[in-house]
Structures are given as structure tokens and as C-alpha cells.
Design a protein around this ligand. Structure first.
Ligand code: SF4
Length: 699
């Protein structure tokens, strides 16, 4: 095949937070095939998405011309647009007309109603440079901190708990440290489906003797084959289970007193709280025997080095921050921190969700997590960016949707996100988008969000752009353009600059490199990480103490990033899910992803191989539950919650608990988020995607 490729370009995978390095082999301005490179997070490995999922870039459905909504085109939650024939709703426009209309609509609202009437959603799929520019535009150009992205829907609660107790929202150790651990817990995550290359490191470690403890309400048959213990617990009982483990650790004296004395605050209060959770008392509630709870607690605590990985099974709950606090508690009282093979690792979902958060694409902090409410940081950025800034924390994703319904937010700029598919209680979110006075969507496809736009700006796919991405391991990696943008589509960073200059800024970036250089000036985390180094070396982890090192992959060997340098543990109580099953809605609905499809499916469902493997919307139920309800494999079900109904085909899956229906959220034709509960965690503001009450009927 090498003989056929005209060019080979080194870049990174566009999908999950593992951050596999790839080589794109290019012919006729299309990607012919993809190979894994020897990157620090993948060592030549790729999963099915990275290897076969790039042809979406050349989909005939790509947006190639700017579009403006026709005056008489309808808006509303039910509006559908045929991506192959959008012209009944939109008309083609010149770039000048589209950019003027996009910017003027935003400027009019800002000047009339103030910056707080505007909001922006950036993207964790874009580069660090795009995310930095986008948040700078919203803060300095719009005059508001109402800027957020999909981290709010995945790990916001994990980040809230980690910043609160450790002083950082990033991982403390890389997933490649699995093989240095004597014990690893994987809880509320299915890395074999969602982070497959990370999962390969975990399996490899388990084969070499690391004791793998898998803990999840959905049984994990595949990863569980490698496990020392494969623990299926009742949905929504995370805190009870983790507190019961903590009880065993304190009761049996397995805490690391020396480490606690040197590094941890709050242990006595935690010890008192843990007394309320003996495993024998919790066993029925969590659905795990006291013996097993005691065994896994001892195994984790007494290992020389233990590490915890988690995913959205932990974070996407109204008690998501408490769940993450419970994991921090376990790690700190046992001293499993700051050494190789120890620590805490929330597996990040999108390829740049870590980087987008680091550069400030969240409403409460400037780049490097500097609070917007701190007047010193505000003064600094006002001076550096040359603009007056808002000193109030902005609204988060779900809060922005609610503020639109309340008439407080009237205009939005959305770059590369699809809230019409990803937000909970979909009709509520779509009605909000339709209610906006002015909506600008910058996208590569006519997504469900773009259906509601007033102006659509055709942008660039990952394979078409230069820029940096930060993976789950805190490794900043460089991606390179391998193919050109189709038609009149343009680079995202350049479009953000066009909007900025039209609303009164004076920006003159000529390349993403210029943006990175500016980021380096305001982000101490990027010390010793330059664009030139990344061009040369491909990847450097932050923090990086030495210009010759590849960065510090394990942090907190001496002190935490808190004011006194110590970590904190916090007593955590049981908070039940917001919506429990009852007579009318007797089942639990949980949502998530599949191996072949990614998030809202905008890319993977337009990827030939991936779409052929999983071409239609399916939900999963345990075969025992199906038999009980007289349901056959392949039947169509009507799934209903208090927010809506979808019709979907059913597949038998022994991993799903008996009283649950699991639905991937990538299928627009049977969208799981029609059903989900928008109730949010009070700290991380993340919705409860993993639990709500539902009923099913056979059609
Ligand atoms: Fe891409 Fe993630 Fe698969 Fe690696 S594991 S190839 S980063 S989707």
C-alpha cells in the first residue's frame, strides 16, 4: 500500500482522549489508510475508530459553502433538514455576507442587552489553539464568561472534586502506569469500548500480574476476563460501596498513617463517617457480598502501588462529585499517590477535552484554571487581552439552555458541538436553540444543532488542520494537516478571528503557532513546551521541569497544588439518584457509547466501515429481562421516560443488569437524550445521564 500513497503525514487520532499518534497516508487529497505510530500513549496501536474512522472528512455531506437561514424556514425542536438537500431551509451565501451576518447578530445583542445575553460552546474535538481563541473571543469580545463545552457532560464532577481536594483537575498518573501497579481499580468505565488502546495496557498489565478490580453496574465480561475481581454493583450505589471499602481500611488499620501525617487533611472526620458503612450493612444495598467488599478493599489498600481509573459511570450522576471525592478518599488514606503505578486517572472522552479545559474553555476559570472571580487574575487578563472582562463566573451547558428559556440568553456561537444531540432532555435543549434570536454554528456537517442556526460557517475536520491536542495523560501532542478543506470550508481558528475582528477586536494571528506562542505566555503549565519542540518531538507532558525531559507523567510526589501543599479527604454521604423507578416507570435507563460510534455520531456515522458494523439504533437489555417481558431479540421497543418516547430495536446483552435498558446516545433517529434527566450535580453541574426511571413496551 505504501507504493500507492503520495504523502505520509504524522498526526494524532481525532477521537478519544487516549491520544494515539497516527500516520495518515494520503493520495489524491484523501486519506488512503491510517497507521498507528510509536506515540507515548499507543506504541503503534490503534482501535477500530482510529484505524478506519477518518473517511468522514471526505463525506459528500460535508459543509462546503457558508449558509444563511431562509426568512421563511421554520425553527423548532421538531425541524428536520435533509443534509443532502438543505436548500429548502438555507441559502448559499458569500463568506463576506455570512461572516458579517454572523458577527453583526452577536454584536447587536451584546451592545443592546450586554455580554451576559450571549454565550458560546466551543469544542473538545478542536485544537488547543481553537479552544483558547474561542474562550478569548467570548470573554474579551462578548464580555461574558458564558463559555463551556462538553466537559460539562463528561468529567465536570471529577474535575470539581479533584480541584477541590488536590488542586488540579488533570490525572495524577498516565494509564500506561497500569503495568507499574500491583493493583488497579477500573470503576464506572468500559475502556475496552471507549478507550480501547488504554484498555490494551490494562489487559497487558493484568496478564503480567497486576490485580485488576473491575467495578460497574454493567457487568464487563470482556475486560473482566482479565480481572482478579469483577464486581457488578447496583446502579447509583457508588458512594455506599466506596465508603464500605473505606470502612474496612480504617477498621483493619490499612491506612498509611505516615503518608496521612505528611500529606493529608481531614482524615479524622472521614474515619468517623466511614464507621456508618460496615460492609455487612451495605451488602444488600449495593448488591455485593460483604466478603467481596472486604477482599477488594484489602487488595487495593495493601498493594505496593494501586491506581484507580474511572469513567462516566462515576461522573454522570447528581452525586458525581461525591463519587469522585470517594475515590480521592481511598487514594489519599492509603498513600497510593505520587509514585509510579499509583494515583487517580479519570479517562477523558474526547481527544482534547483535557486541553480545552486547560486553556479556559469553561465558565469559571481563565487558562490554567485561574478563577475568573479573582480580581488579580481578572486585572492580569484585562491588561493582557486589552479588554474589559466580567468578574462573575459564567453559566454552564445546562444552565445556558435554561437561561435561553428564561429569555436571559439571546445569542450563541457554537463551534463544533452538537447540543441538540448531546444535551439531556433533548426537546428542552432543541427548543432553546430554536428560541435564540441569533445562532451561529461553525461545523463540518449539517448537524441537528446546525438545523436551528441562522448562519452556518463551514469549517475544517481534524485531518485538515494544524494544532495541538492534550490527551488523558496530560501529553500535549501536535496534529498536522494531511488533506485540504473541501470547497470553501475554512480553518476554525481563522473563522473565530474573523468573528472577533468584526465585533471590534484587532487580532492578527497568521497560524495556530502564533496562538500557541500566546498561550505559552499566560500558561505556566506549558513551561518548556514550545511549538518547535512539539514539531520535533511530537509529544511532551505537562508539567515539564526540564526542556530536555518528556514531562512529568506522575505528579504529587512531594506536594499537592493546594495552598498548603496537602490533599484533603472529605466525608461523603449517600445521595440517591434524582429519579427512582416506580410503578409507572419501573426500569432504569442508562446511556453511553459503543466501540464503533463516538458521541453524537456526527463523524462515525459518516464513516463507512464504522457505520457498516453498527448501522442502526439499538438498545440493550439482559436476556433474562427480555424473556420475562416476552421480548425477542430484534423486536422494536417503545422506551418512555417523563420527558419523551423513542422507538428502538433491542439487542440482548448479558452485561446489562436485569432492571436496566442501556441506550447509546449516537443515534439521531432514536436519540437517547430525548429521554434523559437534565437534573444536575450541584458542584460539577453535570447531568444524570447514567440513571433515570423508564418504561418499555414491545411494539
Ligand atoms: Fe483513537 Fe482512542 Fe482508538 Fe486510540 S483508542 S485509536 S485515540 S479512538
Amino acid at each position: 500500500r505504501e507504493n500507492y500513497a503520495e504523502e505520509s503525514v504524522d498526526s494524532v487520532c481525532p477521537y478519544c482522549g487516549v491520544g494515539c499518534e497516527v500516520t495518515y497516508h494520503v493520495k489524491d487529497d484523501s486519506i488512503l489508510y491510517v497507521e498507528g505510530r510509536n506515540g507515548p500513549a499507543n506504541q503503534n496501536r490503534l482501535c477500530v475508530k482510529g484505524r478506519y474512522g477518518t473517511d468522514y472528512s471526505r463525506s459528500p455531506q460535508r459543509l462546503t459553502v457558508p449558509m444563511i437561514r431562509r426568512e421563511d424556514a421554520p425553527k423548532g425542536a421538531d425541524v428536520q433538514v435533509d443534509p443532502d438537500n438543505p436548500w429548502t431551509h438555507f441559502r448559499e451565501a458569500s463568506w463576506e455576507e455570512a461572516l458579517d451576518k454572523a458577527a453583526n447578530g452577536l454584536k447587536t445583542i451584546r451592545d443592546r442587552d450586554g455580554g451576559g445575553a450571549l454565550a458560546g460552546f466551543g469544542s473538545a474535538k478542536g485544537t488547543n489553539e481553537e479552544a483558547y481563541l474561542f474562550q478569548k473571543l467570548v470573554r474579551a469580545g462578548f464580555g461574558t464568561n458564558n463559555v463551556d463545552h462538553c466537559t460539562r457532560l463528561c468529567h465536570a464532577s471529577s474535575v470539581a472534586a479533584m480541584i477541590e481536594n488536590l488542586g488540579t483537575g488533570a490525572v495524577t498518573a498516565p494509564f500506561t502506569d497500569a503495568e507499574k501497579a500491583e493493583c488497579m481499580i477500573v470503576i464506572g468505565a468500559r475502556p475496552n469500548e471507549n478507550h480501547p488502546v488504554a484498555s490494551s495496557y490494562m489487559k497487558q498489565a493484568a496478564k503480567k500480574g497486576t490485580k485488576l478490580i473491575v467495578m460497574d453496574p454493567r457487568y464487563n465480561e470482556q475486560l473482566g476476563r482479565y480481572a482478579y475481581a469483577n464486581v457488578q454493583f447496583q446502579p447509583g450505589t457508588d458512594v455506599a460501596l466506596l465508603n464500605a471499602m473505606l470502612h474496612v481500611i480504617f477498621e483493619e488499620g490499612l491506612e498509611d498513617t505516615q503518608y496521612i501525617q505528611a500529606h493529608v487533611n481531614g482524615v479524622e472526620e472521614l474515619r468517623e463517617k466511614a464507621k456508618e458503612f460496615p460492609p455487612e450493612k451495605m451488602a444488600d444495598h449495593v448488591g455485593v457480598s460483604a466478603e467481596t467488599i472486604r477482599d477488594i478493599a484489602r487488595t487495593y489498600a495493601t498493594a505496593q502501588a494501586s491506581i484507580i481509573f474511572w469513567g462516566m459511570g462515576i461522573s454522570q450522576h447528581v452525586h458525581g462529585t461525591d463519587n469522585a471525592r470517594s475515590l480521592i478518599n481511598l487514594s489519599l488514606v492509603t498513600g497510593h499517590m505520587g509514585r509510579p503505578g499509583t494515583g487517580l486517572h479519570p479517562l477523558r472522552g474526547q481527544n482534547n477535552v483535557q486541553g480545552a479545559s486547560d486553556v479556559g474553555l469553561i465558565p469559571m476559570v481563565y487558562p490554567d484554571y485561574k478563577p475568573v472571580t479573582n480580581s488579580d487574575f481578572k486585572d492580569y487578563y484585562e491588561d493582557f487581552w486589552g479588554a474589559e472582562l466580567d468578574g462573575q463566573a459564567g453559566l454552564t451547558v445546562v444552565e445556558i439552555v435554561n437561561a435561553i428559556h428564561e429569555g436571559r440568553i439571546k445569542g450563541m456561537y457554537i463551534m463544533g458541538e452538537n447540543p441538540a444531540m448531546s444535551d439531556p432532555h433533548q426537546s428542552h435543549a432543541r427548543e432553546a436553540l430554536a428560541d435564540l434570536e441569533h445562532l451561529v454554528v461553525q461545523e463540518i456537517f449539517l448537524t441537528e444543532t446546525a438545523y436551528q442556526a441562522d448562519v452556518i460557517l463551514p469549517a475544517s475536520s481534524q485531518q485538515e488542520k494544524d494544532g495541538t491536542y492534550t490527551n488523558s495523560n496530560r501529553q500535549v501532542q501536535i496534529g498536522r494537516a494531511a488533506i485540504s478543506t473541501p470547497g470553501q470550508a475554512r480553518q476554525d481558528w481563522a473563522l473565530v478571528q474573523e468573528i472577533a475582528n468584526r465585533i471590534g477586536m484587532d487580532w492578527n494571528y497568521t497560524h495556530p503557532r502564533d496562538v500557541f506562542n500566546e498561550m505559552e505566555q499566560v500558561m505556566p503549565s506549558l513551561t518548556n513546551i514550545t511549538w518547535e519542540r512539539l514539531e520535533r518531538e511530537g509529544a511532551v507532558a505537562y508539567p515539564c521541569d526540564d526542556p530536555k525531559s518528556h514531562g512529568n507523567l506522575v505528579i504529587f510526589d512531594e506536594a499537592f497544588y493546594t495552598s498548603d501543599g496537602r490533599g484533603t479527604v472529605r466525608p461523603v454521604d449517600i445521595v440517591p439518584p434524582d429519579e427512582m423507578p416506580d410503578d409507572e416507570y419501573p426500569m432504569i435507563l442508562s446511556t453511553g457509547r459503543q466501540l464503533e460510534h463516538w458521541h453524537t455520531g456526527a463523524m462515525t456515522r459518516r464513516s463507512d466501515v464504522l457505520d457498516r458494523i453498527e448501522p442502526e439504533a439499538v438498545c440493550m437489555m439482559h436476556p433474562r429481562e427480555m424473556r420475562k417481558q416476552g421480548i425477542q431479540m430484534g423486536d422494536y421497543l417503545r422506551v418512555t421516560t417523563r420527558r419523551g418516547t423513542i422507538e428502538i430495536k433491542v439487542r440482548a446483552d448479558r452485561d446489562v443488569p436485569s432492571n436496566m435498558v442501556f441506550i447509546p446516545f449516537c443515534y439521531a433517529e432514536a436519540a437517547a437524550n430525548v429521554l434523559t434527566n437534565p437534573q444536575i450535580d450541584p458542584y460539577g453541574k453535570i447531568p444524570e445521564f447514567k440513571y433515570c426511571a423508564a418504561k418499555i413496551e414491545r411494539m
